[in-house]
Design a protein around this ligand. Structure first.
Ligand SMILES: [Zn+2]
Length: 108
């Protein structure tokens, strides 16, 4: 078993778990509920962790996690393919004509 990722924000842990699950990499979460049980532990000891069941997945898992962490969080603007207006990355639909950004992504 191998600890592959840890973070004090539990939603990050779930994102990484989901990422590994999506790639059929066996994994589990440790300290998932540690936040409520801190007491004598230092916050660092109690941080939720993602572990690999099998060390053989380590290379693949760390590459996936690196890529995942590098992805910008919807900050890139996009241009509508219907009306050619520019939209902010946080918009899922064109502000001008309501065209969906996902149709653009699937055509690429
Ligand atoms: Zn548009």
């Amino acid at each position: 078993m191998k600890k592959i990722y840890w973070h004090h924000e539990r939603f990050r842990i779930y994102q990484i778990k989901q990422l590994l699950d999506d790639h059929q990499i066996p994994n589990f979460i440790k300290n998932e509920f540690a936040i409520g049980a801190i007491g004598e532990l230092s916050p660092l000891d109690a941080m939720p962790e993602v572990w690999l069941t099998d060390d053989a997945w380590q290379d693949k898992a760390s590459k996936l996690i690196d890529q995942f962490n590098l992805e910008p969080e919807n900050t890139q603007s996009w241009v509508c393919d219907k009306c050619h207006e520019e939209n902010e990355g946080s918009f899922a639909l064109c502000w001008n004509c309501g065209n969906s950004v996902s149709t653009i992504a699937s055509e690429n």
